[in-house]
Design a protein around this ligand. Structure first.
Ligand SMILES: Nc1ncnc2c1ncn2[C@@H]1O[C@H](COP(=O)(O)OP(=O)(O)O)[C@@H](O)[C@H]1O
Ligand SMILES: [Mg+2]
Length: 250
């Protein structure tokens, strides 16, 4: 039976000086892997933040597993923010940030089980070498891996990733998709990923959302990459893109 993980009705986000999103309507079934594509400033980050209650400036209705955001257990959601918003200044070690994903607090006294879970998650993301380093010593890519470890260690039902491979030294999308693939072997997870990599989106996700402040397309990936959708989403860039290339590569 299909379970509805996320339901969005008539979502609008008005920041006062501008409308970042209008009339977004989606039903996201549990287990799908949704790639979100759109130009800069098209509301992609706003969409993810609004879904998990980080942005109150909205109208419309959002439900996660049938409940309003304020009523859900936050541990069911893992969120990896866009790299420019990651905070390096927090005086903690990488492993402590990962542990905070399990404990939901900054308690130093983590039990042995939680610690070994956190270390093994870092190991599976090839991050053990910087587990005991301070956040301020890490590169952007390393920090992003720490946030990813923090998100996954809590066994989320929903994983939100905001441009996880943009401007990052070594977290390439192929690695990331392998990590997600391995994780989904043993867990049912719904993934929403903002990306600029159309080819990767086509090959790894099941569904596509094209955003340009409003919803251009939402549905199965096989119907997504039409000239019309690309033109509406990316306007003047669309002519330059050869859609058949996306589908043939890999
Ligand atoms: N907190 C905010 N207050 C005011 N305007 C914002 C805020 N966050 C984003 N915006 C604006 O909303 C628009 C969409 O931003 P964003 O969701 O970050 O786009 P994207 O992630 O697609 O690049 C942009 O024009 C941005 O400047
Ligand atoms: Mg963004």
């Amino acid at each position: 039976m299909e379970v509805n993980a996320i339901s969005v009705k008539d979502l609008c986000v008005d920041y006062g000086n501008q409308i970042a999103l209008s009339n977004i309507n989606l039903e996201i079934t549990e287990g799908i892997y949704l790639s979100i594509l759109g130009p800069n400033g098209s509301g992609k980050s706003t969409f993810l933040k609004t879904l998990i209650g980080l942005n109150r400036e909205y109208t419309g209705k959002i439900e996660i597993y049938g409940k309003p955001i304020s009523k859900i257990d936050p541990s069911i959601i893992g969120y990896v923010p866009q790299i420019k918003t990651l905070d390096k200044s927090f005086p903690a070690k990488a492993i402590e940030l990962v542990l905070s994903g399990i404990n939901h607090t900054w308690s130093i006294k983590s039990n042995k089980e939680a610690k070994s879970k956190a270390y093994s998650m870092m190991e599976s993301l090839n991050s053990l070498e910087f587990a005991d380093k301070r956040l301020s010593e890490l590169s952007g890519g390393q920090l992003q891996k720490v946030y990813l470890a923090r998100s996954l260690v809590r066994n989320p039902k929903i994983l939100l990733l905001d441009e996880p491979a943009t401007g990052v030294d070594f977290v390439c999308e192929t690695n990331l998709n392998k990590i997600i693939g391995d994780y989904t072997k043993n867990n049912t997870i719904t993934v929403l990923m903002v990306t600029h990599d159309w080819t990767s989106a086509f090959h790894h996700s099941s569904h596509i959302l094209f955003l340009n402040r409003h919803q251009i397309f939402y549905g199965d990936k096989t119907n997504a990459f039409t000239d019309e959708n690309l033109k509406l989403t990316f306007s003047h860039f669309a002519d330059k893109h050869n859609v058949s290339f996306i589908m043939q590569k890999q």
